[in-house]
Design a protein around this ligand. Structure first.
Ligand code: ADP
Length: 839
């Protein structure tokens, strides 16, 4: 019976050894296994394969008295014992990895270490036994025989297994059930097999069982890993869902911001003529604030989207040719305004030999620099900051640029520098509580730098300032030096807005499902005098295009029903020429290519930048239809003050160019100055009473308004002082307010004298373009107003005032009308009547 079993066993040994070979290959190609466990499994399998082979040969050559037989029998038997020790050792390593990773044990159980000692001792004893016959010996027929010492041979692997069982038992709570079961099987089965084998001399039960359990272990690993894989897949899906959610939410947020920014833009364009001055100034102030807040919000959404794209690995480089100075001008002009507002110096030093044309992702470089410069402005109170750009080296058609942003700000503590570039990290929270920020900027900058193969780092002395370095390599397209960098003041039109062109003959169609956006978009284009038709769906758009001829279509991307993409698809089937521009609230790299590939001629992102929109329209509309606004061409005309007002340039603490820029033109600037002058007394009084009453909240509100209007007129120092007072008001810092109150009021009131000569102009500005109002008509208008006041009919009274506002009035009548408007605003009907009755 045993003999028959032995025969079967021989085939089983071979068969199993082959299976082990297959397992090795399978394990090597199983991508889900952790490297360490893969190593343990593969070595177990390899050892098992050789062990079985050795066992096989030991049987085959048993009793073979040739020289080969002599050596094969000895070597094979040695290998069988040696490899079983090795397998136990590999299992021990496997268990160690499991305890560390899945069991999350900081310290491995000592028993696992003891096992390693046993393993080494086992090998030493085995070698000794070869020379002493301690474990086994061979008779003269070259047959294997156990010696009494064989028990010692079993001692090592069996004790190791025993220890391993106890470890598995101890870890049963921290390890998962699906892991525990194969582990127990792995250790207990060979144990039992060995005991059995001791009595069934000549059978290789242990070896066979070992292979069996290795197969088991592999299968369990695979199952285990496929569960992990599933979990990973679920996590990836969740992360994709998060990215999609963010993209959607950003779309949803951008749509209302589009309305807010568009409407604010329209408010800022309102004609000031005939509107009560104080009222107009406060509208300007609030509009500036809303604009600023919307811009911040937009920046935040863009940052969050960037982070989410970086996390999901969807952030890519968008490389193209660009002129470095071009990018630099727009970057510097964005920061210059902010540094002036804070009264900080901002020095720029640019290597003259920066190549004039480069190739790379200029958008991302600009974003990094803007972020570093914005931080320099934000975190510096005194002194200033600088931007230095150097060419570090040129190598063939590549050059390495270094940007250095240095500030004299609050600095960063040494222990924080390590975390500086992590998302959401902000330092000195108590000190910086009034500084807006999310802690995303530097993380994004670092990711961008890495994406471009560049470097970003910081050196800082707490309390003294920081230097940020950013290095990046760019391809040179035109190596001619750019020369000296001369800063340009970019002129921005605000206030009385002048479109870049007019096109009264052009018919354009705007398609947007959001009615408020539709109205904003239409109104933004009103001054171009184009004939604008609107509709709210893709289907309606197609209907309209069938019925009427349009010269251009602005088509929203995301719409319920037929969206922009489908609609443009249908349009293109019939009409390849019609310019169609996509309106999108989605922000993504490669949008240009995407929309072009879908059949659009261009795209605009919401919130819509009116200048961009006009530029694109100007480009796409038939040239015959448009008249370029010559005023725009000669724009500098309105950036200079009239000769009799040149003295304004001499006033210290008043930056006329900054004021003209903020207001959008010299004319509106003078108007704003007048408003500012007219309201000094009233406002100073209001600030004074808030201060007397120690009402810091009200104080903050009042100085906030002062800060904004000072900025509008270019009184930057005053704006800076007001800004600090505002922050102190918000922080309930009465000491600061008490210490600086006099300085603020003194500075504020000083403008009364400085601007006094302007009073003579009061009433003239903005009026010169209007027709004078015939006396009779004015009388009629007053009579009508009187009647409306009697019946307290607000709307009709307002309409009458609007009508009067269209004409130029003598100064006395203008004052009267302004007072009526003010009383009407307060619904003070008695006052209205009283003014009307005055002679
Ligand atoms: P944010 O400015 O929006 O908080 P950033 O990621 O740009 O986010 O910066 C992270 C933090 O690093 C800031 O909150 C600030 O504490 C610190 N920091 C960044 N730049 C400077 C700087 N120039 N001077 C001092 N601290 C800085």
């Amino acid at each position: 019976m045993i003999e028959a079993l032995k025969q079967i066993q021989l085939s089983v040994l071979l068969y199993l050894s082959g299976s082990c070979g297959v397992l090795i290959v399978l394990s090597l190609f199983t991508g889900t296994l952790s490297p360490r466990r893969k190593q343990a499994l593969v070595s177990m399998e390899t050892e098992a394969m050789f062990l079985l082979l050795a066992d096989y040969f030991a049987y085959i050559y048993r009793g073979d008295m040739s020289v080969t037989g002599y050596y094969v029998v000895r070597i094979s038997n040695f290998l069988v014992y040696l490899l079983s020790l090795f397998i136990t050792h590999a299992f021990n390593l496997y268990l160690m990895d499991l305890c560390r990773n899945e069991g999350k044990l900081d310290r491995l159980p000592k028993r696992l270490i003891v096992c390693e000692v046993l393993f080494l001792s086992g090998i030493i004893m085995l070698v000794i036994s070869q020379f002493t016959g301690l474990y086994y010996y061979f008779d003269e027929f070259n047959k294997y025989h156990r010696a009494p010492g064989i028990l010692l041979n079993y001692f090592f692997p069996l004790t190791m297994t025993l220890l391993l069982i106890t470890v598995i038992f101890d870890c049963r709570k921290v390890l998962e059930k699906r892991v525990i079961i194969p582990l127990f099987l792995f250790s207990i089965l060979p144990y039992m097999a060995t005991i059995l084998q001791m009595f069934l001399y000549g059978l290789s039960l242990t070896n066979i069982t070992i292979v069996g359990v290795i197969v088991l272990l592999y299968l369990f690993e695979i199952r285990n890993m496929s569960l992990i894989q599933k979990a990973r897949l679920a996590a990836e899906q969740a992360s994709n869902a998060k990215s999609r959610f963010l993209a959607n939410i950003s779309h949803e947020i951008r749509t209302p911001i589009n309305t807010i920014m568009g409407s604010t833009e329209l408010l800022l364009r309102e004609d000031p003529a005939g509107v009560p001055k104080g009222y107009f100034l406060s509208i300007m102030n609030h509009s500036f604030d809303i604009m600023g807040a919307s811009e911040n919000l937009l920046e935040l959404i863009n940052d969050i989207l960037d982070i989410s794209k970086i996390e999901s690995g969807k952030m890519h480089l968008v490389q193209q040719e660009y002129e470095p100075f071009d990018k630099l001008h727009s970057t510097v002009s964005l920061i210059r305004g902010r540094s002036n507002q804070k009264g900080l110096s901002f020095d720029i030093e640019v290597d003259e030999d920066i190549p004039s044309k480069l190739y790379g992702d200029s958008g991302k470089i600009k974003q990094v620099i803007l972020n570093l410069l914005t931080n320099a402005v934000k975190y510096t109170e005194k002194g200033g900051f600088s931007l230095k750009i150097k060419v570090l080296e040129t190598n063939g058609d590549k050059c390495r640029l270094q940007f250095q942003v240095k500030d004299t700000g609050i600095g960063i503590k040494q222990e924080n520098i390590g975390n500086l570039f992590n998302a959401f990290e902000r330092f000195d929270e108590s000190r910086n509580s009034s500084i807006q920020g999310t802690g995303l900027g530097l993380d994004i900058s670092m990711q961008f730098a890495l994406l471009m193969g560049g470097k970003l780092w910081c050196e800082s002395v707490y309390g003294e300032g920081s230097v940020f370095y950013f290095e990046v390599e760019q391809k040179i397209i035109d190596g001619a030096p750019s020369g000296e960098f001369v800063e340009k003041t970019e002129f921005e039109f605000r206030g009385p807005y002048i479109p870049q062109f007019t096109a009264p003959e052009a018919n354009i169609l705007i398609v947007d499902d959001n009615p408020v956006n539709l109205s904003v978009e239409k109104n933004l284009l009103k001054d171009t005098k184009m004939q604008i038709v609107t509709c709210s769906s893709g289907e309606e758009c197609l209907n309209l295009l069938d019925k009427m001829k349009f010269d251009l279509v602005l088509l929203d991307h995301m719409m319920p029903g037929m969206d922009g993409i489908e609609t443009v698809g249908v349009i293109r089937e019939k009409n390849k020429e019609l310019p169609v521009i996509a309106l999108t609230a989605n922000y993504f790299d490669g949008a240009e290519q995407f929309y072009k590939s879908k059949g659009f001629d261009g795209f605009l992102t919401k919130p819509i930048d009116i200048k961009e929109m006009e530029k694109l329209l100007l480009d796409k509309l038939d040239k015959e239809l448009v008249t370029i606004n010559t005023f725009m061409e000669n724009a500098p005309m309105d950036t200079e003050l009239a000769p009799d007002l040149k003295w304004l340039y001499e006033i210290d603490d008043l930056s006329v160019p900054a004021g003209i820029k903020a207001c959008g033109g010299a004319k509106i600037y003078i108007f704003s100055l007048l408003l500012f002058l007219d309201t000094i007394d009233e406002n100073a009084k209001a600030i004074g009473s808030a201060y007397e009453a120690k009402d810091l909240h009200l104080m903050a509100v009042k100085v906030h308004a002062l800060k904004t209007s000072s900025r509008i007129i270019g009184a930057e120092r005053l704006a800076a002082i007001a800004g600090k007072m505002e922050a102190a008001g918000k922080n309930n810092d009465l000491n600061y307010i008490t210490a600086h109150y006099d300085e603020l009021i003194e500075k504020y009131l000083s403008f009364k004298n400085k601007l006094a000569p302007l009073s003579a102009l009061s009433g003239e500005i903005g009026e010169d373009i209007k027709e004078p109002m015939p006396e009779e008509e004015l009388k009629d208008a007053y009579a009508a107003l009187s009647e409306y006041a009697g019946s307290m009919d607000y709307e009709s009274a307002q309409m009458a005032l609007d009508e009067i506002g269209k004409y130029r009035l003598p100064p006395k009548e203008q004052d009267k009308v302004s007072s009526i408007a003010k009383a009407l605003k307060n619904l003070d009907w008695d006052k209205v009547k009283e003014i009307l009755n005055e002679k």
